[in-house]
Design a protein around this ligand. Structure first.
Ligand SMILES: CC(C)(COP(=O)(O)OP(=O)(O)OC[C@H]1O[C@@H](n2cnc3c(N)ncnc32)[C@H](O)[C@@H]1OP(=O)(O)O)[C@@H](O)C(=O)NCCC(=O)NCCS
Length: 162
């Protein structure tokens, strides 16, 4: 398995991965209908495509040779703080180090960055355990996880980049 930059030909597979990972992770938290609604909006090809060319961002994939097992997207506004917007591993590939590899790659991509920040749903125990192991700590809360006006509450976590 290797980590590589996402390209336009990957978009449909990334969308499928996100739909699977979101239903697996969030159906029990937000309900399946809400998750389907979010998938049609945030994970549409039209929503994903601009991320490929967004300035000061990295859109990376874990490629297992027979398909993509994970994705991550992060960006920075000032060069110093990196916002990790998405980190998702296929349910059947979780717990095998894929998320760690993606996170480590992102931490090395932004040369001037001092900190990395993310939002995580507070009952997403798996993700919280993952981020805690990776060195993140809670710095605040948001009522609009993922997008302005989303109405989804979340914890804000940060970590200093070594
Ligand atoms: C959270 C996620 C990205 C972690 O990626 P992963 O590839 O499964 O994690 P790794 O295999 O790299 O695990 C690294 C460490 O995280 C912790 N961890 C990972 N999964 C865990 C789980 N289910 N329960 C407890 N701890 C867990 C462990 O400490 C693990 O270290 P170990 O294997 O030495 O015990 C992945 O599980 C995922 O995509 N989950 C669903 C979507 C999601 O919640 N994304 C984050 C949104 S903010």
């Amino acid at each position: 398995m290797w980590i590589r930059t996402a390209s336009e030909r990957d978009l449909q597979e990334i969308r499928t991965l996100l739909i699977n990972a979101w239903h697996d992770t969030y159906d029990s938290i937000y309900g399946a209908d809400k998750v389907s609604e979010i998938n049609e909006d945030w994970h549409s090809l039209n929503a994903l495509k601009p991320k490929l060319t967004q300035p000061d961002s990295e859109f990376i994939l874990a490629d297992a040779g027979e398909g993509i097992s994970g994705m991550a997207f992060a960006s920075t506004r000032d060069g110093k703080v990196v916002d990790l917007h998405q980190l998702y591993v296929l349910p059947q590939s979780q717990g095998q180090g894929v998320g760690t590899l993606l996170l480590e790659e992102l931490e090395s991509c932004f040369a001037e960055a001092r900190r990395i920040r993310l939002e995580v749903e507070e009952t997403n125990a798996k993700a919280l355990a993952f981020y805690e192991k990776a060195g993140f700590h809670e710095v605040g809360r948001t009522d609009d996880c993922g997008a302005a006006g989303s109405g989804l509450p979340a914890l804000v976590l940060e970590k200093t980049i070594p």
